[in-house]
Design a protein around this ligand. Sequence first.
Ligand code: SAM
Length: 278
Amino acid sequence: MGTIQARYDASAARYRRWWEPVLAPTAVRVLDGEPPARADGSAPRILDLGTGAGLLAIEAARRWPAARVIGLDVSTGMLGVAGREADGRLGPDGRRRLEFVAGDAGRLSFDDASFDLVVSSFVLQLVADRQSVVAEVGRVLRPGGRFAAVTWMAADHDAPFAPDEAFEDALDDIDYRDESEAEEERSGDYLSADEAATELRDAGFADVQADAIELIHPYDPSTYAAFLEEYAEREVFEDLTPSGRRRLRDATRSRLGKLPAEAFTWRVPVVQASGRRG
Ligand SMILES: C[S@@+](CC[C@H](N)C(=O)[O-])C[C@H]1O[C@@H](n2cnc3c(N)ncnc32)[C@H](O)[C@@H]1O
């Protein structure tokens, strides 16, 4: 059984190149709203749970010059990429205020009430026990501190993404049989915004707000073919002999080439949720 940690360790640089840009415009919206602040004027502390390549942590350090930011992730491979991204994108002051830490979102090694803001993008669907993660977030937030997160909402399977169906057809064209390993248990996508709101309220959060919004990303045939081969379906391509790989590449490009341009706009529902520690 493959672990989530091993998967992200193995794909960290490719994640940064192919997947983070798809998530980024939606993910950074969790940083909108009032800046974190402390009544005594000391530096507010922010935790980015499942920071990946550092997307929210780096943006928080850049956006709020007084804040101290920690990006936590279970994958040291991702943290390596995050550190290099931060080195390149932040000046010395921002870099000093940002730290990356290895750890599991379900067992945080931070003191009670030690953060003013906890943020997270596209992580809550991956954790094994989401309720215990939300409880841990409540524990490390100070009273009045905020949690803001975004993650996937279960999609309407009556409306599949045509380029993915085209890829499935391309797999059939070359008689590919899927023998990939099962992955370890995860919480999965939210079924609705209400489910996210209930989860936060059950964990003692107040001023809870949860909205279903859409992540929209425009691909084109050539970028999507490269995305499939280099990232999303890389293991399938790597499984094949060089000639099988060539056949799958040709079949994929041919199938994608028959779709109209508008079929390449990916629209998928996500839940954006926030609450304040009571
Ligand atoms: C889809 S990526 C999102 C990364 C980043 N937040 C972003 O929006 O680009 C999911 C990240 O969550 C991390 N992750 C998964 N389960 C975790 C856990 N239990 N504790 C900490 N990090 C976890 C993965 O290693 C991966 O880096």
